[in-house]
Design a protein. Sequence first.
Length: 534
Amino acid sequence: MSGILLEVRDLSVSFEHGEETQYAVQGVSFHIAPGEKFALVGESGSGKSVTAFSILRLLSAKTSGDVLFAGENLLVASERRLRGVRGKDIAMIFQEPMAALNPLMKIGDQIVEVLSLHEGMDYGPARERAIALLARTGINEAERRFSSFPHELSGGQRQRAMIAMALACRPKLLIADEPTTALDVTIRAQIMGLLEELQREYGMAILLITHDLNLVRRFADRVGVMQSGRLVELAETGQLFVQPQHPYTCRLLDSRPEKMVQPLPAESDEPDLLRGDNLRVEFSYPVGWFRKKVFTAVEDVSLSLKRGETLGIVGESGSGKSTLAMALLALQPLVRGECFFSGQSLRRIAPAQLRTLRARMQVVFQDPFASLSPRLTIEEIVGEGLALHQPQMALSERRRCIAQTLQEVGLDPDMSVRYPHEFSGGQRQRIAIARAIILKPQLLVLDEPTSALDASVQKQVLELLAGLQVAHGMSYLLISHDLEVIAAMSHRIAVMQAGCIVEQGAADEILNAPHEDYTRQLLASVSPQGGLQI
């Protein structure tokens, strides 16, 4: 590795808002050598993606400084020259492949288009190369998948297709913008392993944009840390993780979840708060005019949850985690089995009684922005449960409860007149938690409650949830594919695969001495040593 392939000098990027100028990036400088893996890390809004997009001038923004690629300043290059560089010499993998791929074009034709545009290839040879690329990136039945549309592929397959498209012209530099954020841990490990293998094979450099520090530790040669649009630290990866220099870097590295749950008392004869026995959930969908096909989402699942306990349910997307949770709350019909809450069967209870019970079981959803009504103020959102379940409560008392609950989750009660869009992601998740706990439930279902949050905000929310559990004695059913979150919050863990629980037991036992190959595979995708110490 010698010389410099890309050099960014004193890059600043600003956006005009009326008469106001807002800087997203200020005075950023770094370089990437041929064949090097360089990572830019930082929280959302730190300027990582803006920096990457500005290299190829993909933003309508005012830029200053220099971006030298093989000695040529791309910031002053003509648009025609840039079209020759984009996709050929510098390629990009975007964060969300479903949004980046053309939904009206077949996957294969989108790769052919790149080859035709940059290398002038005829359709036949370009089609053969596209199929070979799809196969090389690990897509099974590549010839058949050539004719698939993006919506017909899984998240991992779409990401592989984007990688195939990016590598079509064997670029010298690949920019990967959060390439694994929406993927499960095992698929994430596969994608990063694939990128590393292809990087060695093609000898290309990689600029990785991410907030996943575990990924950076295992992948990058050097790291740049960004905060509020500035590059605050630049170091070799090993040195950065052992001896960080900037306080912000130290805070990022300290954001890894730690064990937060309090030990439960010794086994008692207290009955289960929640229990599911031999649960089965099916969905049917039409096949042709007259036939239906049945898909089994949950198969023969049994579990239990004590008062004050956290049961973590972990597994890949499509394993049945969320469907199981909805079935346990009687929000999803069962084909077979029984659910019991406080000893009452939720299948055999009268609808009026079930509605009363719902005040004692609440849900915090994955995406707080989607789960909060944009038309209601925070006071209306948080107080909605009180209005429904305790209509006799006076307005003054309701407002007092709302203010008290907002304070409990770390929000200023004066914010109650605002709307969800006026808050950050972490604040919106606190609002969602406030809405759930205002009724003082016994059970809280947490469906991927931190997956959309940065590491430091994630840790704050987990600490909040751990404190609330101690204060109110709530039981948590925690659903996640993030094993570090599961390890930090769970007393017991259930591992799901293809609708079945393949292993369950005490958290320490599952994390450090798993019995099943699938569990070991999940752990290996996070920790190469196969165990997860928290």
